[in-house]
Design a protein around this ligand. Structure first.
Ligand code: GLU
Ligand code: ZN
Length: 303
């Protein structure tokens, strides 16, 4: 049981880097639908801890789009930036325990290191001390075979030491890294089920490693396919994904449901959002998604 007294606590955690696009809508719909069928709670958290990547006002655009589409979140809306002192205290605690350490390596220092599927594999240069200057903080990893089973994508395993190496939990610019913030806030908010895009699947074992080190429990994970454009790129602000038009929210939700492998009846596209969510409550199942990892957004009229 969580502090909210529910067994199932889901969430949607958008970064305010631009308006809600079709890909982020799919994550919101899948997460909300899973919560509805499990009669759980659904929390909303704006992950605003990376100002260089943010776009002023996009939090409002996201909230507005969600409201238009009839999403209803439980409890107060959380802005992740309000948790920064908690995040930094935990980083410091990990350093004091010898589980994390300062690193002065610059991007250039790491340019030549081997790269794995998770990016540059940090070779541990600063494990036994580093120079002075701006420091990042890295979390120690080891060669334990870490594993978990994703609800859709099945069994996943990684040995972090050889796949990512010790990874950054506080950046050189002083900002808290996404991996740390997401793990701490999901735990503090009592999240039991994480539904998000496939692009985050390979971060999950770093999250599970952090949960173990911090003594947190591990939620269930379900990674849905990501929406891609005609060039095969993930829809994002970088690829110029357009914000969704919420003038006809039921039609929009209808397209999202179809993309997610559901078979909503045609008349639902003209219904109210309340009726759409009622249908979802009675009919949603993740099964049709199988282990699909990508969805061509163009097929549903989005880019
Ligand atoms: N804030 C992240 C994003 O918008 C998602 C984090 C998560 O769901 O774990 O890409
Ligand atoms: Zn270093």
């Amino acid at each position: 049981m969580t502090e909210y007294g529910a067994q199932y606590v889901g969430r949607f955690a958008p970064s305010p880097s631009g308006p809600l696009h079709f890909g982020s809508l799919l994550a919101a719909v899948a997460s909300y639908a899973q919560t509805l069928v499990n009669e759980g709670l659904w929390l909303l958290r704006i992950e605003d801890i990376d100002p260089p990547r943010e776009q002023a006002g996009s939090d409002k655009l996201i909230l507005d789009a969600l409201t238009h589409c009839g999403f209803e979140w439980d409890g107060p809306l959380l802005y992740q930036s309000t948790c920064t002192s908690r995040h930094l205290a935990l980083v410091e605690h990990l350093v004091e325990q010898g589980l994390a350490y300062p690193c002065t390596c610059s991007r250039r220092d790491l340019a030549e290191v081997p790269r794995g599927t998770l990016g540059a594999i940090y070779p541990g240069t600063c494990r036994n001390g580093c120079g002075t200057g701006d420091v990042a903080i890295r979390l120690l990893t080891d060669d334990t075979l870490l594993e978990f089973t994703d609800v859709l994508q099945g069994r996943q395993s990684q040995r972090l030491q050889i796949e990512s190496g010790d990874f950054v939990i506080r950046r050189r610019d002083g900002l808290v890294a996404y991996h740390l913030a997401v793990v701490v806030d999901d735990s503090d908010q009592g999240i039991s089920e994480i539904v998000r895009g496939f692009d985050l699947l390979d971060s999950t074992l770093r999250h599970i490693h952090l949960q173990r080190v911090l003594g947190f429990s591990t939620p269930n994970y379900l990674h849905i396919p990501i929406a891609i454009n005609n060039e095969g790129q993930k829809l994002s602000k970088l690829t110029g994904a357009t914000g969704i038009d919420t003038n006809r929210p039921a039609r929009l939700l209808f397209s999202a449901l179809e993309a997610l492998g559901q078979h909503p009846p045609n008349e639902l596209a003209e219904a109210s959002t309340t009726e759409v969510w009622q249908w979802v409550r009675q009919n949603w199942t993740v099964a049709p998604l199988g282990s699909l990892t990508e969805l061509p957004a163009g097929q549903f009229g989005f880019d």
